[in-house]
Design a protein around this ligand. Structure first.
Ligand SMILES: Cc1cc2nc3c(=O)[nH]c(=O)nc-3n(C[C@H](O)[C@H](O)[C@H](O)COP(=O)(O)OP(=O)(O)OC[C@H]3O[C@@H](n4cnc5c(N)ncnc54)[C@H](O)[C@@H]3O)c2cc1C
Length: 427
């Protein structure tokens, strides 16, 4: 997408082509204008177009250019924070409402993939949150308790069962979440785009929103070569936000995260390393994740940016870590490497914003946007259609407030990950 193999890496190599989405080069009107071609914007476009709404979606670069085309592909239920923290942060009404919706989010993703025949390597075998040491196990026991009291299909596995499923002795146990799974993230975004176009939505790429306003009771968005006039605007630009809603990017702290993909593994290794293809990550503060793709490549990731000195440091660390976690792997060759920026909010929960009359958006998924973005895109569509009122939304209305020392924190995350990985952190 950027002629940069480190932006979308393996996903760009293996995703089916997106639909044809011309640049906006005229003045048009629509019922709803959507800004951003990731999961939130595409899900909103699809759900609105299916109801016969005239939709125009503007994407600054290409479909899946932001987080949607760069992530690990773990379809998680809920967020990083413990389930009970939803109610602590949002109160009992919004807390349980948001948790219930996000807990069921992966089912919506599966349903859309199956209904629209999206070829995106969907795996429905769950995820394994892998415990490092006794502290990691304690955290997972608490997480299991909090989900199980809400009836979620999560199971604590002991070290032996975790070893059988991951092919590694490195973990003291794991939490299996059968709601969750994995997919090819860019292929999913492009598949949503195809479905939205088939439903009648008009999508434009290379069409950054650069100005917005209101004339004669109608909202407008200007791009370099055209303009959309609409009754509603959905802002779905999240951590990669530029232009009129740049404050959405500025209210989040960017945490860089990289992935390295091996060449397809031989049959023996495929039978030993994550043979059930669960998506895995660990309980460490500077976490690592691993999963297989459909061709049998092992995709291993952690915190850090593959730029400057980071590239060599993180790759060397990954080689050492893989040897420790999967000694059976031997020397590995990486076929692709890429990284992206995860937007973190200060309470680690997403946000609902209203940027003026009839201009709304959700953002701030804290590294968990596949099912939340898809779900909240559908919620935004229902809100615009008048099916869900503002007080019935899953999150309360919040202002976009820039966190203190944002740039400093971002520099700290990037440098801190390098220092930790250079110092040879154990996993
Ligand atoms: C490295 C990495 C790993 C991650 N791993 C996971 C994971 O395993 N599981 C998971 O669930 N989530 C993960 N995430 C998070 C997930 O990718 C995001 O939360 C998700 O992509 C958010 O979807 P979105 O549609 O809201 O935003 P995005 O996918 O970021 O899309 C926003 C789009 O808006 C466009 N845009 C911005 N400004 C403008 C403008 N002015 N005009 C027009 N268009 C504009 C951007 O170009 C971009 O394409 C990860 C993220 C990263 C970066």
């Amino acid at each position: 997408m950027l002629n940069d193999p480190r932006s979308h890496g393996l996903w760009e190599k293996t995703a089916p082509a997106p639909p044809l989405t011309p640049r906006l080069e005229e003045f048009v009107s629509a019922d709803v204008a959507i800004v951003g071609g990731g999961y939130t914007g595409l899900s909103a476009a699809l759900h609105l177009a299916q109801k016969g709404v005239d939709v125009r979606l503007l994407e600054a670069a290409g479909i899946g250019f932001g987080g949607a085309g760069r992530n690990v592909g773990l379809i998680n239920a809920g967020m990083w924070v413990m389930p009970d923290d939803f109610t602590k942060e949002l109160g009992p009404l919004y807390g349980e409402r948001a948790l219930d919706l996000l807990g069921h989010g992966p089912y919506l993703v599966r349903d859309l993939i199956e209904t629209h025949g999206i070829a995106c390597e969907l795996e429905k075998n769950g995820t394994l949150h892998c415990a490092v040491g006794a502290d990691g196990m304690k955290e997972l026991e608490e997480r299991a308790r909090q989900w199980q009291k809400r009836g979620a299909p999560v199971t604590l596995l002991d070290a032996m069962e975790t070893e059988r499923r991951t092919g590694s002795k490195a973990y003291s146990g794991s939490l299996l979440d059968m709601r969750a799974g994995t997919l090819q993230p860019l292929a999913y975004a492009r598949g949503l785009a195809h479905a939205a176009v088939r439903a009648g939505a008009k999508l434009h790429t290379g069409s950054a929103a650069i100005e917005t306003g209101e004339v004669n009771g109608k909202k407008f968005i200007r791009t370099a070569h055209g303009q959309v006039t609409a009754d509603w605007i959905i802002v779905a630009t999240d951590a990669y936000s530029t232009g009129p809603w740049e404050q959405v990017r500025r209210e989040q702290v960017h945490l860089p995260y990289f992935n390295l993909a091996t060449k397809p593994l031989g049959d023996n290794l495929r039978h030993s390393i994550v043979p059930g293809r669960e998506g895995c990550w660990d309980t460490k503060e500077i976490l690592s994740s691993f999963r297989m793709d459909q061709a049998g490549r092992l995709i291993f990731g952690s915190v850090g940016a593959l730029r400057g000195t980071g590239t060599a440091i993180h790759k060397a660390w990954a080689r050492r870590s893989l040897k420790r976690i999967f000694p059976q792997l031997g020397e590995v060759e990486f076929e692709a490497e890429w990284y992206g920026l995860i937007g973190m909010t200060d309470n680690a929960l997403p946000r609902f914003h209203k940027f003026g009359r009839n201009t709304v958006g959700f953002s701030g998924y804290n590294g968990r946007g596949i099912s939340p973005g898809t779900t909240f895109g559908k919620v935004l569509a229902a809100h615009v259609l008048g099916e869900i009122s503002e007080t019935e939304l899953p999150l309360p209305l919040t202002d976009t407030t820039e966190p203190g020392f944002r740039s400093l924190k971002e520099a700290y995350y990037e440098a801190g990950a390098q220092i930790a990985h250079f110092a040879g952190e154990r996993f």
